[in-house]
Structures are given as C-alpha cells and as structure tokens.
Design a protein around this ligand. Structure first.
Ligand code: AMP
Ligand code: GLY
Length: 423
C-alpha cells in the first residue's frame, strides 16, 4: 500500500522508519517531513493541516493510508474531512475523529469525560471570564501549589503551577480576561495538585478493542534535575522501571478499560493512539492528561521496542480487528536523548549545520527539527535530533546515547546529561 505520514518531528521520523520496515508498504510519503524522513521516504511540501493540499496529494499518489502524527490536524478534524469526501472516504486514517480529539483539544472536555466514567484524576473546576470571582474562591479553598490549565491547545505552555495564592489569582485573571494564551485560555481548569512521579501509557484502539503499548517516561524540563521551563520533552526511557506488573494492571483496570468503554458509550469515534499522561500518587495511578496521538520523544523509545509489523497493526485499527493482532515487544530498555538548539524552549537560532551524524554507531538517530538545505543537514527547530539506544538496563542504553551524542556538533547545541536520574 501507499502510505502518507503527517508531521515533521522525531515522532514522525520514527513512524516513517518503522513503517518503512513493513513488506506491506510500497510507496511512503511524509508531509512535510524533515531531513530524516527525506532519507527513507518522499517528503511532500505540504503542511499537516492543509487539508485541500493533502487531498490533492492523496489522489495524485494513490495513497491508501494516512497516519497522523501531531494533534493539530486531528483537533481540526482531518479524519472527518476524509470521511466526508467521496473521493477520500476509502482511505484509512489513523487518528481519532474531531469529537474524540477534544480529549486533547479541551482540558475541560477531558476532565468531564473522566468524571463521567469514574476515571481517577485530580479534583477540578472550570471557569470563564464571567465566573472569575468564583475562580478566586475555588483557589482560596485549595492548598498550594495551584494548578491552572488553559482549556485549549497552547503549544504545551498552557499549564501553570504556582505556589503563591495572589500570584495564582493574578494569572487566572491574565488567562481569562487578558487572553494570556489567546482563545485557548477563554476557559481555565483549576485542579488539585498531585504529588508523585509521572509516566505515560500508550494505548492503541480501533474504537472497540485496545492494545497497550510499552510504558515510557519523558523528561519535560529544559534543565538538569527537572528544573527550568517546560519543553516538548528532552529524553525518554521505556519501559518505566517503577511500573510493576501490579501497577500496570491498576492502570489497565482503572484507566484504560473505562477510557475505551467511555469512548464507545459517548459515541466518540476513535481509531488511533491514546496517550495517557499519568502520575503515581502513593501506589495509585491518576490521569494528568489525555493526548490523542503518540508522544514525542516517547515514540522514539516505544516504537523501536515494538517487534510487530506496524502496518499490520494500522490495518487492524482501520478494520476494527485489533483483537486479532498480538504485540511482540523487545524486552530490552530503550532510551532516547534529545539534542536541542541553545536557547530552546525560548528563542533560538536556526539554520546551523549539523555534523557528525555519519559517526554515530550502535544508536538510531531520529531527526526532529532538522532539514536538508543546499545538500547539508541544518537545524530548523528547537528539538533537533533524538539519539535512541538499546541496553539491558537503562543505564547501559543511556551510556550509548551519550557516547554517540558526543560525536554530534552544531553551534549552541545543548542536551540534558541526566536523563533517567530519578529512576
Ligand atoms: P499537561 O499539559 O496537562 O500534561 O501538564 C503539564 C505538566 O504539568 C504535567 O506533565 C505535570 O508535570 C504538571 N501537572 C499537570 N497537572 C498536574 C496536577 N494536577 N498536579 C501536579 N502536576 C500537574
Ligand atoms: N512528550 C510529551 C508530549 O509529546 O506531549
């Protein structure tokens, strides 16, 4: 079959790398892709949210399957767009429809879904500009730190965790009245602070059946010791050592099963990945958030461990026969370390030439914010390369990633040297 992958990050390079290994894949395209996907597939210069241009390409290239990497096209309804078009409706789209993508697109929707289906999560209330005073009252009833979440998509920046009550009130007003995050903060969810260690669980569903992929833990802060600003993710480890069989079965029984059943009950059409951000409070898992896609850089450690053919899995998702597929997973640990542009997640320069890629040995380099320009590979984003390695332990895998990263170079390159420090 001919397959099109949407997106341009490390996650999408990893999808491309894995799909490319399938005998079932004939022609492979990525829109818009990066310098990594360019080496193993055909990049199309189309934004992942440009639906009319995607339609044209899908018809021209006789694409049979579209795999959606990032959340934006899903939240904007790319799957619905395909289903509603006579010429496109036969194309399998991997990713939920718009109504279900609201699990990521609206924090309030996700919280209401969880409370409706008794899925453990932090207590919350939501507010808009007309209920600002009530919001102040709710903050006064909570103990610090205060967790404020912009309802809509805010490029990963919409969550504020604040220790001081007066500052929390000022930020609430900032978000609701002064549109700190634009339309995304027209509503704000305020929730109870949960104290614990985070991990992520990835679920595949065809809308009826589900399969659980390996767990992973990512490192979101820019600075060592989990300090400084939040980023998209600076590294990841899979499996998560503290996710014992007993803890995993709690996740499955209390969270995964009611989530998939809840999607069906609420009539939310879902064929794709569910990324469940979790926090371990005591010995119990609670949901921090849903994402309607795979994580980045979690994909760079989860997919390399998956031995099962990914196109076979995607076909089963499209045909609602996921119960007939069994997942085979590599027992080894995979780690990835993100190499980023100096300055990220604030302002940084682009267009820096990357050298040393050919010297990497025994790790897989997934390109993220990197493109080919005049025959050279140059930086084009904050997160530039993810260097993934296997090991019998996470320490062994990390050692390989770090040895290889030392061979890479570009101006103002930065990476965290402490991935896995808290395990
Ligand atoms: P989110 O965008 O919802 O994943 O939130 C970003 C980060 O904020 C999470 O990864 C957590 O580290 C933190 N966070 C979100 N909600 C809570 C909460 N209720 N309690 C503690 N930390 C939270
Ligand atoms: N690494 C977190 C995310 O993809 O949202």
């Amino acid at each position: 079959m001919n397959i099109l992958i949407l997106g341009s990050g490390g996650r999408e390079h990893t999808f491309t790398w894995k799909v490319k290994q399938s005998d079932k894949c004939k022609n492979l395209y990525v829109a818009p892709g990066n310098s990594g996907t360019d080496q193993i597939a055909t990049n199309l210069d189309i934004a992942a949210t440009d639906f009319p241009a995607l339609k044209k390409a899908v018809l021209e290239k006789a694409i049979d399957m579209v795999v959606v990497g990032p959340e934006d096209p899903l939240v904007q309804g790319v799957h619905d767009f395909f289903l509603a078009d006579e010429q496109l409706k036969h194309v399998a789209v991997i990713g939920p429809q718009k109504a279900a993508a609201a699990l990521e697109g609206s924090k309030e929707f996700a919280k209401a879904f969880m409370s409706r289906h008794n899925i453990p999560t932090a207590a919350y209330q939501s507010f808009d500009a007309s209920t600002l005073e009530k919001g102040y009252g709710f903050l006064e009833s909570l103990k610090p730190p205060y967790v404020l979440k912009a309802d809509g998509l805010a490029a990963g920046k919409g969550v504020l965790i604040i220790n001081d009550l007066e500052e929390a009130k000022a930020e609430l007003k900032n978000m609701l009245v002064d549109a700190k995050f634009g339309d995304a903060s027209a509503k704000v969810v305020i929730e109870e602070f949960l104290d614990g260690i985070e991990l992520s669980c990835f679920v595949l569903t065809d809308g009826k059946n589900y399969k659980i992929l390996p767990t992973a833990k990512d490192y979101k802060r820019i600075g060592e010791g989990d300090t400084g600003l939040n980023t998209g993710g600076m590294g990841a480890v899979s499996p998560v050592p503290f996710a014992t069989p007993d803890f995993l079965s709690k996740i499955e029984e209390r969270i995964v099963k009611p989530t998939v059943a809840g999607l069906q009950k609420d009539n939310l059409p879902y064929k794709g990945f569910i990324f469940i951000g979790l926090i371990k409070v005591g010995n119990d898992p609670k949901v921090i958030e849903y994402n309607v896609r795979m994580g980045d850089p979690e994909t760079e450690v989860v997919l390399p461990r998956l031995k099962t053919d990914l196109v076979t899995i995607f076909q089963a998702i499209a045909n609602q026969t996921l119960d007939q597929v069994s997942l085979v997973v590599d027992d080894r640990t995979a780690t990835t370390v993100m190499v980023v542009s100096g300055g990220y997640p604030e302002s940084y320069e682009k267009g820096k030439e990357i050298s040393g890629l050919e010297a990497i040995e025994g790790s897989i380099t997934f390109h993220a914010g990197a493109i080919k320009k005049d025959g050279k590979i140059v930086t084009s984003g904050g997160r530039v390369m993810a260097v993934t390695s296997f090991g019998n332990t996470y320490q062994e895998a990390l050692k390989k990633s770090y040895q290889n990263i030392e061979k890479l170079h570009f101006d103002k390159m930065y990476y965290r040297k402490d991935i896995g420090f808290d395990l």
